[in-house]
Design a protein around this ligand. Sequence first.
Ligand code: N7H
Length: 491
Amino acid sequence: MLKHSAAAPMATSVRQPRLNLDEIQGDVLWGLQKNAEAFVFFKIQNISLFKQWLRQFLQHITNTRQVQYRDLILRRYRQMGRKTRQSLYGLNLGFTWHGLNALVGIRRPGLDPSFEEGADSPGTIARLNDPPKSRWLPKFTSDRIDGVFLITGPDPPSVTFHFNKLLNFFGTSVKLVYSEMGTTRPGAERGHEHFGFLDGISQPGIRGLTSQSNAIREPDEGLPGQDLLWPGEFVFGYPAQDPQDPTKEGPPPETAAPWMRNGSYMVFRRLEQKVPEFRRFVVEQAARLGMDSELLAARMIGRWKSGAAVELAPLRDDPRLAGDKKRNNDFGFGDDPFQRRCPYAAHIRKVYTRDDLDEAEAQRHRILRAGIPFGPEVAPGETTTKRGRGLMFVCYQTSIERQFEYIQRQANDPAFVGGKRRPGSGAVTPGFDPIIGQAEGAGVRTMDEPYPNYPAGSRRTTLTIPKHFVELTAAAYFFMPSITALRTVLT
Ligand code: N7H
């Protein structure tokens, strides 16, 4: 999944930050080009040997300038109807708090409190209603994880080739704890996640990086509906959002150490998706409610499988809208106060409130997503999940607590977004995000108004969801250092 369209010259009155693209790892702001991605979780066995090998290996780490350039080349070739023979192999690297302790020493300055606590601490698990560690993949939890290599490429065999080379190179300095390959889905499903929905449509734009489709009339937008954010929301060392004004420059996020500059936090979550169970549930519930099952699924997500937003296409899919990048993200929720078009609890309405809340506030809880599906396609006759599949969820930010964790907690909170009312009557409890919302103890979840009262109507319905269709099976928080930090403090 690519986060950006190739850069075009920018013309805007707002001062643009100058990003040091040679320093920032490629997956963070732009996204490594990937049809396949190996996640290689490792423990450092011999610190000095690891540092020595890493110093020699640094030339292979892919930075943002390289991915931006590759994207440009890919585009040119596509325009000419040709395939490029450029190598699209990519490599990025991050460390957990254990890894930073090993490399910098235990007296190092403390980073983000959530990062220092780790994704697997009882506190984090309780805060996010995550399943207990005893239910995670046994191999993932079998040893301490110090770091992760992200290896990307055009297909699984070439990624496996680079994976083997990397393991040989680092030899006994590391122990492989767990590895897994993510792949984009085949054929027409490319770009769609396993439930069938097109992913990677809405990403925050970044000032100083994202090209603008109308810089004169909409200086604060990339594509229509894509707000440009100050890069400090995602990378250290740059101005971040002003908490009072969605467009103004705010102070850079605090850094505990100078070497955090041009670095970012990465959240990793291996989310298994129960696809046959999800499909069956949607069909059964749609029959109960007397509605089309594709419409029910679309109202649970807030977009049709094609990617068309229900806010713009409330009753039936509109593939032309879905294919139009200038229209398919150009909407808000402010003019849909009674969830007639899009339920309050729909996944995309929960995780990014747009103009439903204060807009400056909404922009303080954004993430850059860079995940990839894993696992096989559903086999014919597979009516209950036989082989694990789902999403290797990855996102980048400068505050795990204010960005990823905030979003997950709102997805889990049936009362969010608060203050909603029915037309002419009482208060509404929107319910859980039916996709990623997690109830305590994986209990029953409800979602308000799966049936659309569009354009009018007052039929009250509730969706009761007895089981979770997305289950966390592994998670970790990483710091993705700059190239200079890797070359100096960390080695
Ligand atoms: Fe979500 N899905 O297929 O249902 N997501 N997501 N997500 N998600 C989005 O706009 C999905 C997960 C966000 O800006 C789309 O790119 C699935 C987590 C955010 O309008 C679809 C899983 C978190 C957005 C899905 C999953 C988020 C977003 C629409 C897990 C954070 C952008 C396509 C298996 C805690 C919202 C698009 C915006 C969009 C799905 C996980 C967050 C189809 C299946 C864990 C911020």
